[in-house]
Design a protein around this ligand. Structure first.
Ligand SMILES: [Cu+2]
Length: 710
């Protein structure tokens, strides 16, 4: 089953009413008598202009076929749209339309629609992009966003000063009910000039089709009319593109997932509602298993994150059906030299401001900083606490739903943010766009275009605990100390996955400082395994970080098994519980956005998904978990989640032997913008990356397309 979108009836009505009281009151009045009204108009217009067939019904209202000539630019435009990918509107025609020439055909009204307070989507502009477009939209005059105000957009029009007014009526073709239980009929709006529009509030669900009729009136008499079909779909915008009001409404809807439990929310908002805990469990169950990471470090990364993100967005929409998940294009920060602490993502009104350590070079340390200061300091998520592990046998040593290798004792969602970490850049994205091999493209997504974003926010606590190792000659110099410390969280994960450390599960916390935690890392007792652990440390820490001639890996092992190693840990963004930090969610849509752009740019000449484990995930050799600790073995099939037809592990039932939801292939197909069966509930507003000074993404996309097809 490719995709389910929420139908209005799935939304709990009382829940919606409570949260969006203001919206229910400021809706424009509906013209329930519109049919009668337009019947009168119709009688009037037959005296004025020649019209084609007219049909009236109690649902679709007036449908007036214009008798215009088909050589009008606008019909060209529509035909062009339908033609598909290889042809585009003639640039010269576009120039014509921009000028103030008289309209070509008087009885044709050239129009589209747009969301109130937002720019017209480029996909419906006169000069729509050559390559960057969604094919499924070509059959429609415009796009309507669910439960928002829609305005008529006229490509050109006659002036209100001359007595002209445009009225329009939008009717939902699907005989459905809205969230209030009313039949969705028709709504009306008016267009006097581009700054004097009465917008229509449209209730629809993704993939509803709506018919629109536009009437041109001169001195209150209809002189012309035309009809078209609109598609209902959500639009994901960059956080900076939302109006203040919409941003706050979106944040409110998201925050609801943190404060309303699964059961309560399902009752209030319907079955698409899930609480934050549900999503953190989904991610942790898939990423925190001992055998391997089933959604990172392999080809499944991109589709698996699209799956989880889309479920999350639907839960937000169950709370408020007018919102969609915004994306964060962090390459804007990089391009404009904005530090992460100054990003609009991290303000008291969004995901909370970021705290930084006293010393950037050392990062967050026991001597300078407090673990508590890594909590979200303000805003909706102020001092949000970490989830406890209730559902699965999967927790860290302090009982939190965190990676078992990560000994973070903080009761709070922790950001050990570093202001100097470079976020992914336009260059990273441009280079990714050029990757021509499908497998490499999928693999690349998790690296340069993505990883440092989590790194900047999660980072690490406790690098000062490596100082005794430096003093004892276990590290070469300060730079080696820092490069080793930066990766310590990953090393711990690897030791854990190699079944060479056994985190205990009865650790205690009296205070969040150096002396306040009591815990231990269990290590093998078997000589052979201890030897194995030393070798593993060597492989991770590497000879380059230790003094020349160094081979005392047993001392390193002692520090790991009996020393302070466990007191060095990463923030939540950098481990399997990352979605518990709400700022996780707008990150991955930016990756999907570039994936869509790559497909618009012609896609790949070969979509074959490798069948061998070695080619689909890093951990193709992994530890067999069925056997007791202290003994281990390797087997070669722990890449589940990264093959073409893999699903998420069944986090709902906590069953690693079962899949949940769509396969990777189904997900990637559903978000293919060149396919007429595009079936995700949203499109992206803009895929041009126009802020990138040194890279013209439109141009790159067009060139890639030409290379493949011309
Ligand atoms: Cu993830």
């Amino acid at each position: 089953m490719p995709y389910q979108y929420s139908s209005p009836s799935a939304v709990n009505r009382s829940g919606y009413t409570i949260i969006n009281e203001s919206e229910t009151t400021d809706k424009p009045p509906r013209f329930q008598s519109s049919i009668v009204k337009y019947l009168l108009y119709f009688i009037a217009i037959t005296c004025v202009v020649i019209v084609g067939s007219v049909s009236l019904s109690n649902k679709t209202s007036t449908s007036v076929e214009s008798s215009s000539t088909t050589s009008s630019y606008y019909y060209d435009y529509v035909d062009d749209n339908i033609r598909g990918s290889d042809d585009n509107p003639d640039e010269e025609d576009n120039e014509d339309v921009d000028s103030n020439d008289d309209p070509v055909v008087e009885s044709t009204i050239a129009f589209t629609v747009k969301r109130k307070d937002y720019d017209l989507l480029s996909f419906f502009s006169k000069k729509r992009p050559k390559t960057i477009k969604y094919h499924h939209l070509s059959a429609y005059k415009g796009l309507v966003e669910p439960y928002t105000y829609t305005e008529l957009y006229l490509y050109d029009f006659k002036a209100s000063d001359d007595g002209y007014v445009y009225e329009y009526e939008i009717c939902n073709d699907k005989n459905s009910v809205n969230i209030y239980g009313d039949d969705i009929l028709c709504v009306n709006g008016e267009y006097h000039s581009d700054d004097d529009i009465v917008a229509a509030y449209v209730e629809c669900s993704p993939f509803d089709t709506l018919s629109i009729t536009v009437y041109e009136k001169l001195d209150n008499v209809i002189v012309s009319s035309t009809t078209g079909t609109l598609l209902c779909q959500y639009v994901r915008r960059e956080i900076r593109s939302l109006t203040d009001n919409d941003l706050q409404e979106t944040m409110d809807a998201m925050h609801e997932l943190w404060v309303t439990s699964e059961d309560e929310g399902q009752e209030l908002y319907g079955e698409d509602y899930h609480s934050q805990v549900y999503f953190t469990e989904a991610h942790t169950f898939n990423a925190g298993q001992i055998d391997a990471d089933h959604i990172h470090e392999g080809l499944g990364f991109l589709p698996q994150h699209i799956k989880i993100t889309n479920m999350f967005e639907k839960a937000m929409q169950a709370v408020n059906p007018s919102v969609s998940l915004f994306y964060w294009d962090y390459t804007i920060e990089t391009e404009t030299n904005v530090k992460i602490g100054d990003s609009p993502m991290f303000t008291a009104d969004t995901f909370g401001t970021l705290n930084f350590p006293a010393d950037n070079y050392w990062g967050w340390t026991y001597s300078n900083d407090s673990i508590e200061d890594a909590a979200i300091p303000d805003g909706r998520w102020s001092h949000t606490t970490a989830d406890l592990s209730n559902k699965y046998d999967l927790s860290n040593s302090f009982g939190y739903l965190r990676g078992p290798w990560n000994f973070n004792p903080s009761p709070y969602i922790s950001r050990f943010s570093i202001s100097t970490t470079a976020l992914p850049s336009c260059k990273n994205y441009a280079e990714w766009l050029y990757v021509a091999n499908y497998t490499e493209f999928l693999d690349y997504s998790s690296h340069e275009p993505h990883a440092t974003t989590h790194g900047a926010l999660g980072s690490i606590f406790g690098c000062d605990l490596f100082i005794p190792l430096l003093d004892a000659g276990l590290l070469k110099d300060l730079d080696s100390l820092h490069s080793t410390c930066k990766k310590w969280g990953f090393y711990m994960k690897d030791f854990y996955r190699s079944n060479l450390i056994y985190p205990s599960n009865d650790c205690t916390v009296t205070s969040l400082d150096y002396d306040g935690t009591d815990c231990s890392v269990g290590c093998p007792t078997d000589e052979e395994l201890l030897e194995e652990l030393s070798e593993d440390i060597l492989n991770q820490v590497r000879k380059t970080s230790v003094p020349q001639g160094f081979d005392d890996w047993d001392s390193w092992r002692d520090w790991l098994c009996d020393g302070d190693a466990y007191k060095v840990f990463v923030g939540d963004h950098l481990e399997s519980s990352s979605p518990s930090d709400p700022s996780f969610w707008p990150i991955h849509p930016n990756l999907e956005r570039l994936y869509q752009l790559r497909l618009m740019a012609g896609g790949f000449d070969d979509y074959t998904w490798p069948l061998d484990a070695e080619s689909v995930c890093n951990a193709y050799l992994c530890v067999e978990v069925d056997i007791a600790p202290n003994t281990f073995d390797y087997y070669d099939q722990c890449c589940y989640g990264h093959f073409e037809n893999d699903q998420l592990l069944d986090f709902v039932n906590g069953d690693v032997n079962n899949g949940y939801g769509e396969t990777n292939r189904e997900t990637l197909d559903s978000t293919d913008p060149t396919s007429s069966t595009y079936s995700v509930n949203y499109i992206y507003d803009d895929l041009t990356f126009s802020h990138c000074e040194d890279y013209d993404f439109e141009d790159i996309a067009a060139t890639l397309y030409d290379d493949l097809y011309n």
